[in-house]
Design a protein around this ligand. Sequence first.
Ligand SMILES: Nc1nc2c(ncn2[C@@H]2O[C@H](COP(=O)(O)OP(=O)(O)OP(=O)(O)O)[C@@H](O)[C@H]2O)c(=O)[nH]1
Ligand SMILES: [Mg+2]
Length: 340
Amino acid sequence: MTTFNDDSRPEDDLPDDDFPEEGEEAFEDDTDDDGEDGTPEPEHPRCGFIALVGAPNAGKSTLLNALVGAKVSIVSPKVQTTRSRVLGIGITGDSQLLFVDTPGIFKPKRRLDRAMVAAAWQGATDADLIVMLYDASNDRLDEDTLGIIERLKEAGRTAILALNKVDLIKREKLLKLAAELDSHGIFTRTFMISALTGDGLADLSAFLAAEVPEGPWLYPADQLSDMPERLLAAEVTREKLFLQLHQELPYAATVETESWEEFDDGSVKISQVIYVQRDGQKAIVLGKGGSRIKHISTAARQELETMMDRRVHLFLFVKVRENWVDDPERYRDWGLDYNA
Ligand SMILES: Nc1nc2c(ncn2[C@@H]2O[C@H](COP(=O)(O)OP(=O)(O)OP(=O)(O)O)[C@@H](O)[C@H]2O)c(=O)[nH]1
Ligand SMILES: [Mg+2]
């Protein structure tokens, strides 16, 4: 086993349990201020689940984060980044919008892929509304998207079409594409958006806010996700693996938060294990003289500090576990069905 702690801040030694000592520098107070900036529930609330479906890489997680206004779901340029169902909570006017980010729907090969596809369909069929994202910069309609349209038809569901990444293409092409997709007869509305620049998102969320059913908000006004902090922290590190590793490696790796220790000074010590399937993969994750893991660790730590607004001591361990991908416990942690 190899331990790694990002040592890019040499002054930043991990505090002992009794840290800080009397008279030492006082750190920012971490008292709970929940609710202070939360929107009060309105007199006539609306609330509903909105599934974001679409081919891998369409921009579902980017859209979820933009609509929630915070990073809740990880994003990378590689396909199949999202592994489980992620709930992001946004408020528009009187409506609480519960966005369900789903793994891109694709042809499953291994057990994990099958479970991811099942989670995506479950998310879609349980939702009040479905938004299908399509990457408008694609040259032509891909098989994954056509497969999703077919299945929605079979299930008798309609959907809202969001043509995403409009920042990348010309308007004439968009209109043609919109007409082509519309001919399938399942889309009730079409929006042209850029999840990255925010273009068109206000119109989309206003529409969704008016469409979700009347009913009380299901989550506190200031809650952004239902994902436990430990899992979100593991996802942040997994995102850095996706961004910094190539080819098959991100798919052969998974991350787990093993321990979480909070200190009186407001900082937190997080220890995580990166599981890979073979020794050779471990060597790649570590990099020459530990250089790769150091970059991964620094990037993850910085993002965790921004997200949690507190100091983070991140310890990464790399372990080989050939069968992590068939371990039922992993599936339980992610909320995936092992037997899907
Ligand atoms: N130019 C541009 N890029 C975008 C836009 N939306 C998303 N992207 C990029 O597209 C890539 C994929 O985005 P994700 O949000 O991870 O896509 P996803 O649909 O969640 O992908 P999976 O989880 O793999 O199914 C990332 O590199 C994003 O930055 C957009 O509106 N414009
Ligand atoms: Mg995603």
